[in-house]
Write a protein that binds this ligand. Sequence first.
Ligand SMILES: [Zn+2]
Length: 421
Amino acid sequence: MSISLSQYIHQLPLIDVHEHHLPETFLSKDVGLLDLFKQSYAGWTQARPYPLPGEIADESLMGPAEGETTWSDIAAYVEDCGSNQFVRSLIQGLDELYDLKGEGITKDNWQALDQSIRNNHSDPNWPHEVMRRAGVQRIITDPYSSPMQNAAETLGENYQSVLRINALAMGWHPDNRDHNGNCASEFAKELNLPLDSFDDFCHLIEVLVETLAVRNQIAVKNALAYDRDIQFDPPNEALARSAWKKVDADPEEQKAFGDFVVDRFCALAGEHDVPVQMHLGTAVIRFSHPMKTVGLIERHPNTRFLLMHLAYPWSADLMGMAFVYRNIWIDLTWSLLLSGSHFKRVLHEAIEVLPDESRIMLGGDNWHAEESFSTFKHARNLISEVLQEKVAAGYFQESDARRLAEKIFSKNAIAFFGLDE
Ligand SMILES: [Zn+2]
């Protein structure tokens, strides 16, 4: 052991289990400093970019920046929101990548930084180079703007993706769209399948799962906490059928339709041994408590669930669930960007409570490569601190900490998703 635990953790290769690398954003050649703030979680400091029930989505919130950037545009992040964790993480990552010498972003250096970012993004290889510098070997993305795409073709050969099922669960009427604007009938069209009846709809779900590998997709993703209540009750097929093609389906019919669809996907995922990722916490916060999903998890003991974001802010509840149900794995993604101190407390607890070392994985959850780089720099710092504290307290030996770190960074994801080493 010639290098320190921290150095060891900072050089570990990483399998990144969750990103929102979308070709139109991630590979854009027209990217400046303001785009990096606006099209990242730092952008969420300015406005919540997803609608709550009764609100209208504003698509411009995470769109590219418009017009000439001024210092006041940048100061809105680095000064007005400078204490926020999303902003701090991005500034610290940019400082390292663009050699700002620890000064962060100032009125004096922002224009030169903006120009360097623009120059770098004119090279199509730059985003991939940044991910390489972040130590990332493979990436599982959730390209929610176009869920049927083959990410290995659109983003690069080290990419795979997940199939987001929100549009299906919201698809009792063929014109319905989920909060991302996706529509189940467009999926049917892409697969050349009819969608005239409820039975056609059930067939579409089966074909979507059977053809995952054709599109280089390796999991199903349930992000319905952004669309509806995540209490997924046992399927009531008769009530779900009664919602079909109704413009004015009543709330019970809508819920029964979504519950039926989610249950069907979870059953098929179990049969095909495909993992199910599930967003928990925040989103539509009155509907997103992790305990709401225990019925679904209990009904599908042979389905492997990867539960995301430490269910912030209800991480202790999630730990209780992961102790009881052995078909639960934990994706640390996003929680460390919401709050580094919350993350550290919960990681300490997770190490103690989780029944074995296979359970934890890590992702970026970001749009631009610079944001992913920043996230993983922050993640390596925090995970090093927690493991060092565990060793210092005599909880386990440094060799145990190194073995666990290697599992969190890559080995668990390789085993969980069945990736080739
Ligand atoms: Zn995400």
